[in-house]
Design a binder for this molecule. Structure first.
Ligand SMILES: Nc1nc2c(ncn2[C@@H]2O[C@H](COP(=O)(O)OP(=O)(O)O)[C@@H](O)[C@H]2O)c(=O)[nH]1
Ligand SMILES: [Mg+2]
Length: 335
């Protein structure tokens, strides 16, 4: 990989962006690698590429598939992705795997689950590191989505585990979010992170091929549950659907639900507004991260920070007073 990156650095920016816009998959992969890189030079080149192709981004539907490990996300994406490919849409899958290393890791598991899709000429499958691996809170999946769009992908499916420490806020990078659930998991409703259920637009109870009556009960339980859960989209009543990712039961129903969500979302203006809002939130998120990083590069700041921590422990000051103090010091330092 290192050799590849050294080579690409010698390439002309125009040449890279031209190949990317023509849909060249090896250039797409390399551009994503640059965006994900923790090396400043590579990262900057990645950002330059992105900036150049930005006006060719946005022409896709970004679909999030989340849910607990083993629920069938990759299996579902295989058939859903294939469905889109066969309709003629170029379909990209970005799989965020918290357990995989940046260089690949357990994505092999996913590739073997998505064999049919991986072989289709209209598809592209790519693992994407979760935020924790980049040493910050902001993952680069959003930028990878934009690069895929620039390369002409029209359906972008993002797979992410809906639990765990390194989980990114999937709802903040997709247009529609599908939560995949296990039969019988209605009993565990209390334990499931309500947050992720509350931002899901479609709930799909998977494995309908095995335990039909249990699946039907679970559908009812979630239908009842979503009635009382918060939801901020007035134009859409959350759907609860039973499916089988293994034998394809109700795949069409799920695909139709995704389509109708996007259709009404566009008609009401929510779709575009949501994307703009997501961008401003991202700006703030990255700003916070960078400002903190910069602050801690200053040894003086770090010493003062540690001193405040000590005083908080000794009940001599509060977190809020501590922040005021740090900001005052930073301001007087810059005068
Ligand atoms: N019976 C049945 N098994 C399924 C279904 N979907 C997935 N599985 C199985 O569940 C296991 C985990 O699937 P996978 O797609 O890797 O789950 P992920 O961790 O959510 O991506 C695999 O053995 C799949 O074959 C389904 O609809 N029915
Ligand atoms: Mg998976």
């Amino acid at each position: 990989m290192r050799i590849q990156l050294e080579i690409i650095l010698k390439y002309d920016l125009e040449e890279i962006t031209k190949a990317l816009l023509e849909g060249d998959l090896s250039y797409l992969s390399r551009s994503i690698t640059l965006i994900e890189s923790t090396s400043d030079n590579h990262f900057k080149l990645g950002q330059d590429i992105l900036e150049k192709v930005l006006d060719k981004t946005g022409n896709s539907i970004r679909i999030g598939i989340t849910g607990p490990p083993g629920v069938g996300k990759s299996t579902l994406i295989d058939i859903l992705g294939l469905h889109y490919c066969e309709l003629g849409y170029r379909t990209a899958v970005l799989a965020i795997d918290p357990s995989s290393k940046v260089s690949g890791g357990s994505i092999l598991g996913d590739k073997t689950r998505m064999t049919a899709l991986a072989q289709h000429k209209n598809s592209y499958i790519r693992p994407t590191p979760s935020s924790g691996m980049l040493g910050g809170t902001a993952s680069r999946t959003k930028e990878s989505i934009l690069l895929c769009e620039a390369a002409g992908f029209e359906r972008i499916i993002v797979e992410t585990v809906g639990i765990g420490q390194n989980e990114i806020n999937i709802a903040s990078i997709v247009d529609v979010l599908v939560m995949l659930l296990n039969p019988g998991s209605g009993d565990e409703l209390q334990g499931i992170k309500r947050g992720i259920l509350e931002v899901s637009d479609i709930l799909a109870i998977n494995k309908a091929d095995t335990k039909d009556s249990l699946v039907n009960n679970t559908v009812l339980e979630y239908k009842n549950a979503v009635r009382i859960l918060n939801y901020d989209k007035e134009f859409w009543r959350r759907k609860v659907i039973k499916i089988s990712a293994l034998d394809g039961t109700n795949l069409e129903t799920l695909a139709n639900a995704i389509d109708s969500f996007c259709k009404v979302s566009k008609e009401t203006g929510f779709f575009e507004n949501n994307r703009t809002e997501q961008e401003s939130e991202r700006l703030i998120e990255i700003l916070k991260e960078e400002v903190l990083k910069k602050a801690f590069q200053n040894k003086d700041f770090e010493a003062k920070y540690n001193n405040i921590i000590e005083r908080i422990k000794n009940k001599q000051t509060t977190a809020i007073k501590g922040v005021m103090e740090l900001l005052n010091d930073a301001n007087s330092g810059s005068n």
